[in-house]
Ligand binder design. Structure first.
Ligand code: CLF
Ligand code: SF4
Length: 507
């Protein structure tokens, strides 16, 4: 079957032609969904945040209808997006519910892979209940094929659960940075509670109590809850494993530990105070530490509160208010088209999953037949540039981010993404004098291979000198299959012996 929508999400109703399709032949993606009961799988299989696999194919959008907030976080400056769900950057337009509904229907009609509408700011959605619920109410009537999703700090959650359930909002994210008010006092200077500001520890205690109560109420109703936590080194990094345990015990489905973003130019308290953000290695170590108890999300892109498109891309400029004003939307026809596209993707993924299972069984049978123990090989980190669709389809020089995978004797697992300045743009936003290539080399630290659709001549030698083998031989191939193939080559070449240091093995 041709899957017409893999390489990029088209801007018209017509899917983009050609391209491969992703195979998730191993790794966390299938593990994440495979053990779930059918009714949960149905809720997450096409939600790009709740399923790592889905995020290669399905898009989300946010509408910025919620400007006010009822708490203050030290990592937030109100003129920037909500740090709960977004990277710092001003929201282009705060929308009325009517404008938001129009925008959602325009996007859904033009990007059939858009399955989820989230409200995530720029303030707290539940601190703006009229605007938030008016948007959800109208959308659940006019566009019933779109999943509705909300992200909140949790302060007003218990009083909102009834209304959320009424609109079939099946996915709720609560940002929980702590379960200890002493830790909370270092993150939240105040919360607005019962018509007054409650400061410090007392305010944090109220917030924590409301978050935990809201979490229990949602899971009791069968609503899927994802917990986001901002990792703040020296403040809550040692505490988040405990948070993970607590929220899992109360029924949270997924835990998303995100790195603090604290730049002085954003004007946040942490940014101005020079609070450090975690390194990719520190983030991964904490995610791994939490993962024994919890499903971890590792593909979060800390989206803007008005993001549109696949995670990691932003097509918001195609759908500004002046542009959607002129769009004629036949949503009944769009729903038919959307259902077709979703069914195609689902069928393709199902086929790939069957292939994966078949290959795993065949491999196990072969090992049993030969009576050979599996050879122990060391894990290798590999970076990939992709525009989406689960295939290697981005040039090295154009990549704004690299997906990082770990290949080992157990298969291939997704580790996270690392942002950079595209090499072809030359300059760098990070640090005076650092070129884009230097930035990319720094960002890729720890990776031994980088796979791209194409890698130019110039960066080749610096990559090799940094111990990162450039590889352009797997263009348009499914990411995990390509990584598994490179790992097998390294193994065959004797480069995975645990006694050899990685730097020595990279040619
Ligand atoms: Fe948006 Fe959040 Fe819903 Fe996703 S984002 S409201 S759950 S639809 Fe997703 Fe973006 Fe990360 Fe949020 S990648 S910031 S987790
Ligand atoms: Fe900012 Fe969101 Fe915190 Fe409110 S909850 S202060 S909008 S990060």
């Amino acid at each position: 079957m041709d899957l017409p929508v893999i390489n990029s999400i088209p801007s018209s109703g017509e899917p983009a032609a050609g391209g491969g399709c992703a195979s998730h032949s191993c790794g966390s993606t299938d593990d994440q969904l495979g053990h779930l009961p059918e009714h949960i799988r149905a809720k997450v299989h096409n939600h790009p945040c709740y399923s790592e696999q889905a995020h290669h194919y399905f898009a989300r959008m946010h509408v910025a209808v919620a400007p006010a907030c009822n708490i203050q976080c030290h990592y937030c400056n109100r003129k920037y997006d909500c740090s709960n769900e977004s990277r710092p950057g001003v929201v282009s337009e705060v929308l009325t519910p009517e404008q938001a509904v129009k925008k959602v229907m325009a996007v859904a009609a033009n990007i059939p892979q858009m399955t989820v509408l989230g409200i995530a700011g720029p303030g707290d959605p539940l601190a703006n209940p009229e605007r938030t619920f008016a948007t959800f109410r109208e959308l659940s009537e006019k566009a019933p094929d779109i999943k509705l999703c909300v992200s909140t700090n949790g302060l007003a959650l218990p009083e909102s659960v009834e209304e959320l359930a009424k609109h079939n909002i099946d996915h709720v994210t609560i940002t929980i940075n702590c379960v200890d008010p002493d830790v909370g006092a270092q993150i939240y200077p105040w919360v607005f509670w019962n018509n007054r500001r409650v400061m410090g520890r007392e305010g944090a205690a109220i917030l924590i109590e409301q978050q935990q109560k809201g979490l229990e109420m949602l899971t009791a109703r069968g609503i899927l809850v994802k917990v986001n936590s901002v990792m703040i080194p020296g403040v809550n990094d040692q505490h988040l494993a405990e948070v993970s345990k607590v929220v899992k015990a109360k029924g949270a489905f997924l835990h998303n530990v995100m790195p603090l973003i604290a730049e002085p130019e954003h004007g946040t308290f942490y940014g101005l105070m020079g609070q450090a953000s975690p390194t990719p290695e520190e983030l991964q170590a904490l995610q791994d530490a939490c993962s024994g108890d919890m499903n971890m999300m590792r593909h979060c892109r800390q989206c803007r509160a008005d993001a549109v498109g696949l995670l990691g891309e932003d097509r918001g400029l195609e759908f500004t208010l002046d542009k959607i004003e002129d769009m004629e939307i036949d949503y009944a026809a769009a729903m038919v088209k959307r259902a077709e596209v979703h069914a195609q993707i689902a069928q393709e993924l199902e086929q790939k999953e069957q292939e994966r299972q078949f290959q795993a069984q065949a491999k196990a049978a072969l090992i049993a037949l030969r009576g050979e123990p599996e050879v122990t090989t060391r894990p290798v980190l590999m970076a990939v540039s992709t525009k989406g669709g689960g295939v290697i389809n981005e040039h090295f020089g154009h990549a704004r981010e690299f997906l990082v995978y770990e290949a080992s004797g157990n298969g291939v697992r997704f580790i996270g993404h690392r942002k950079t300045t595209p090499y072809c743009e030359g300059g760098s936003s990070c640090g005076e004098g650092e070129s884009a290539l230097d930035e990319t080399l720094r960002v890729l630290k720890g990776c031994e291979v980088v796979l791209s659709a194409k890698i130019g001549f110039e960066p080749w030698a610096p990559l090799e000198a940094a111990g990162i083998q450039p590889n352009g031989e797997h263009a348009m191939e499914p990411i995990e299959e390509a990584i598994a193939a490179v790992y097998a080559e390294m193994r065959a070449a004797g480069r995975l012996d645990a006694s050899i240091e990685p730097q020595q093995k990279v040619a």
